[in-house]
Design a protein around this ligand. Structure first.
Ligand code: PLP
Length: 412
């Protein structure tokens, strides 16, 4: 059956999340399908920043560290995120970048499995993961790094008693493939190793259940589907059973048991706060505060349902409207196995995405040829999906993308 704009509108008419769109600032005429890179701005951020800058920083100055709750903000935001990723309060803190938190999490993971000699991470995961893992094992003379493909059945066979820790992406950044957290965590535990999950592409858009899956460590960023703003700080989760025993190798005064005693030596504070290192980016955290406040009443099951509906509609429409232009689906066809993103491969992917950006449809591009479209269910509608595909069809049918100005465009 042919899909029409009316069928897209009919899906929007019964969308329980439709009301959230008004809570975002979305530039008129644009279709923003890059929320998997940088989420749109929640309108509440404008007032939150105004208050943080004018009332707290400008007026109250340094008194705001305690008076406005700046000092404890990372823990409070961590508790908010805990609720979105199925973790208990007190096991998540918002701090630093995902990259830095991977460093802390991997070291902590290895520290709870002394004597083991291998760390595993993905060959084709987000590159920062293996870069950090290389740096971690270089500090550990008896530990080596092995790059694996977690979607290959051979991965399970490569697990044995020499493995200390495995770092896995929950949703792959290029294909949007969603990994089975329960199955992989169980397999890692079966050989006595611990697991670190990178939740960058699932936090806020998928009902992650860290406790249910018995996950050991997790990290993730807040500027994608959590809409915290450019460079908003990341989070790190450490399961309660590891909180006292795991060693955080990146140490600073913010994680000290008595930070203002200015002691000569490090003594870790109790709990998750020891994963904080130094002074935190309070203004960025305040932008995130505004976004997470909105998330308090968001039903993540409804978000997941809509996410699958949006991505399925996009695939169906591209295949209906753009057939014959050489686009190949680069994401799982089964919605249950897909995150909130769809990737298509085209040898002309780069100029097509540049022409799309000029036509005000914003997606992402990764060499070689991978066109990425992210669908943030809180502010993207089925009618947006229709509009994006209509503009894509025009660009392909007219060969607009072949214009010289799109040949070498820098797009992210
Ligand atoms: C899966 C994944 N891990 C880690 C990172 C790195 O995050 P950051 O640059 O905030 O350290 C990203 C960034 O996009 C990512 O997608």
């Amino acid at each position: 059956m042919t899909i029409s704009i009316d069928s897209a509108r009919a899906l929007d008419a019964k969308d329980p999340l439709a009301g959230y769109r008004e809570q975002f600032h979305l530039p008129a005429g644009h279709v923003y399908l890059d929320g998997n890179s940088l989420g749109a701005a929640p309108r509440a951020v404008f007032d939150e920043m105004e208050t943080a800058v004018r009332d707290e920083w400008a007026e109250e100055l340094i008194a705001s560290w305690s008076g406005a709750g700046w000092w404890m903000l990372g823990e409070h935001l961590g508790d908010d995120i805990a609720g979105l990723i199925g973790a208990p309060e007190g096991t998540v803190v918002v701090t630093d970048t995902t990259t830095v938190n991977i460093y802390k999490a991997l070291h902590a993971a290895v520290s709870v499995r002394p004597g083991r000699t291998r760390v595993l991470t993905e060959r084709r995961g987000f590159p920062t993961d293996s870069y950090v893992a290389e740096g971690v094992v270089e500090t550990l003379p008896d530990v080596g790094l092995v790059l694996v493909d977690v979607e290959d059945e051979g991965f399970l066979a490569s697990l044995d008693g020499s493995v200390a820790a495995v770092l896995i992406n929950h949703i792959d950044y290029r294909t949007a493939s969603l990994r089975d957290m329960q199955r992989l965590t169980d397999a890692v535990h079966e050989v006595g190793a611990v697991v670190v999950w990178d939740l960058c592409h699932s936090a806020g858009v998928y009902p992650v259940d860290l406790t249910g899956c018995n996950v050991d460590f997790a990290v993730g960023c807040t500027y994608k589907f959590l809409n915290g703003g450019p460079g908003s700080p990341a989070f790190i989760h450490v399961a309660e059973r590891h909180l006292d025993s795991a060693v955080s190798r990146l140490r600073g005064w913010w994680g000290h048991a008595d930070p203002f005693a200015m002691e000569e030596h490090y003594r870790p504070i109790e709990g998750i706060r020891r994963y904080m290192v130094g002074t935190q980016p309070i203004l960025s955290m305040r932008a995130l505060t505004a976004s997470l406040d909105m998330y308090r009443d968001v039903d993540l099951e409804a978000v997941r349902t809509k996410s699958m509906s949006l991505t399925s509609l996009f695939i169906d429409l591209v295949e209906q409207e753009c057939a014959g232009h050489g686009l190949e689906l680069f994401s799982p066809r089964d919605a249950e196995r897909r995150g909130s993103q769809v990737s298509f491969y085209s040898e002309n992917g780069r100029p097509i995405m540049a022409a799309m950006a000029a036509a005000k449809v914003h997606g992402g591009y990764r060499d070689p040829g991978v066109m990425r479209f992210g669908f943030a269910p809180l502010y993207i509608s089925h009618a947006d999906v229709w509009e994006a595909v209509a503009r894509l069809k025009h660009i392909l049918d007219t060969r607009e993308w072949a214009k010289p100005e799109y040949a070498e465009s820098a797009i992210s």
